[in-house]
Design a protein around this ligand. Structure first.
Ligand code: DON
Length: 425
């Protein structure tokens, strides 16, 4: 059987193909020479499966899509406080190249507008790098997100530098406010080189999938940045990634995203997939026209909006029953699925409401595939409290979902392979 996903993607791409609206970015002459008909879409799952349709291996410059990744590198390299001291996280509601800084601090509003991105570029890598070393750090970092070695398009870079007056003006203003500590021209050159990195839609989907996969590249297995950094980056993408169209995007598409003026567009759906589209004609906000249409379709066809409410945690307690009778009776709470706070609350409530009479109590985790940190602590606290109430506690945990369980102060638990072992104990 053929997979349904490439067929779905081909159909989706086919539906937007005839839309010739929008304009090529012409403020960078080299971009105005791009083939406007190019069109591609790629899905990359968090376990590394890649599906594509159309022009998935055509190279184009990453442009502003580099911004969230450079921000991730700056946060990872310098830490949160030094970066937040120089770049805010508030949506500006302005165009990407708007010359705006916070009136009191002089900080750029966020790392997705050019003022913030130019500053962020200057914060990538360790302190004291030369401009060349910093660009190397950024290109190496972007390559780690993509899982292959990326290179620059020198012609696009030169072409943009020849028309970079606006970015230079922004950088000089940033220098005036003490936000940039270095020569503004050198920083703009570095930032422009960062924007000139060549990628394909396949690369971009993998970069987005690395964010969706908590910072680990699904194919290389490399941890590129930590989970806290990823959370920060995805948050900023969801509020600021689409500039003055961010609100429309958040309500209609609802996927943390970033666009670039060469026609790329990425979305990262936490825990699920990275998506990338490529189509060079842009709307008035500088976002790819057919890319936006494709994302709108993907989101509504497949329920990818991050604010779609997930199924309730009700089914976490699969059963609550007694095995055996008399003094040998054992109370079994059989749990299932992935357990987060709401699921753990169901477990707490079930055990409290049941107030088991049986001495032996089993929490059967054999059908649980994941448990997050808060749920782990809550389940262990249930174990501790039931121990203090006089119960003998057992965990059925054949796959070590709760490795080395330590219920703490006064709690005790025996890990067994199956319920039978608790009954025989
Ligand atoms: O700073 C610039 O003008 C470009 N190199 C990047 C702009 C960009 O991609 C804006 N996004 N839609």
């Amino acid at each position: 059987m053929r997979s349904v996903i490439p067929d779905y993607l081909s159909e989706a791409v086919g539906r937007v193909e005839s839309d010739a609206s929008g304009q090529l970015a012409d403020y960078i002459p080299e971009l105005a020479a791009a083939d406007p008909e190019r069109l591609g879409a790629v899905f990359a799952t968090v376990d590394g499966e890649v599906y594509g349709a159309g022009d998935v291996d055509t190279e184009f410059t990453i442009q502003s899509i580099s911004k969230p990744f450079a921000y991730a590198l700056a946060l990872a390299d310098r830490g949160f406080d030094p970066v937040l001291a120089k770049v805010g996280v508030e949506p500006s509601g302005e165009a990407f190249n708007h010359i705006s800084l916070e009136s009191d601090t002089g900080r750029p509003f966020n790392p997705m507008i050019n003022a913030g991105a130019i500053t962020t570029h200057s914060l990538a890598g360790a302190e004291g790098l030369t401009p060349t070393e910093r660009v190397e750090r950024v290109v190496r970092g972007l390559s780690a997100f993509a899982g292959r070695e990326l290179r620059l398009d020198e012609a696009v870079c030169v072409s943009e530098m020849e028309h970079a007056n606006r970015n230079l003006a922004i950088a000089y203003m940033l220098r005036g406010y003490g936000i940039l500590a270095e020569d503004p021209r050198a920083v703009v050159e570095g930032y422009t080189r960062q924007c000139s990195v060549l990628v394909t839609a396949r690369d971009l989907a993998m970069m987005a999938a690395t964010l969706a996969n908590r910072g680990v590249n699904p194919l290389s297995g490399e941890r590129v940045v930590g989970e806290r950094v990823v959370r920060q980056v995805l948050s900023v993408m969801s509020t600021c990634g689409m500039y003055d169209a961010a609100g429309d995007w958040a309500t209609q598409v609802g996927i943390p995203a970033k666009s670039g003026v060469a026609g790329g567009l990425i979305g990262a759906l936490p825990g699920q997939i990275g998506i990338a589209t490529f189509s060079p004609r842009l709307d008035a906000h500088g976002n790819s026209v057919r890319g936006v249409s494709l994302f709108e379709r993907f989101s509504s066809d497949m329920g990818l909006h991050v604010m779609d409410v997930p199924p309730a945690a009700r089914a976490i307690v699969r059963s609550n029953h007694v095995v055996g009778d008399g003094p040998n009776a054992v109370r079994v709470f059989e749990l299932q699925g992935g357990i987060g706070f709401a699921g753990a609350e169901r477990v707490v409530r079930e055990t409290v409401n049941t107030a088991p009479e049986e001495v032996r109590v089993v929490l059967d985790l054999s059908r649980v595939y994941a448990i997050d940190d808060v749920a782990r602590r809550m389940v262990l606290e249930v174990v501790r409290r039931l121990t203090l109430d006089g119960h003998e506690m057992y965990l059925v945990d054949p796959e070590s979902i709760l490795p080395d369980p330590d219920p703490g102060d006064g709690g005790r638990v025996t890990v067994v392979r199956d319920v039978e072992h608790a009954v025989m104990a």
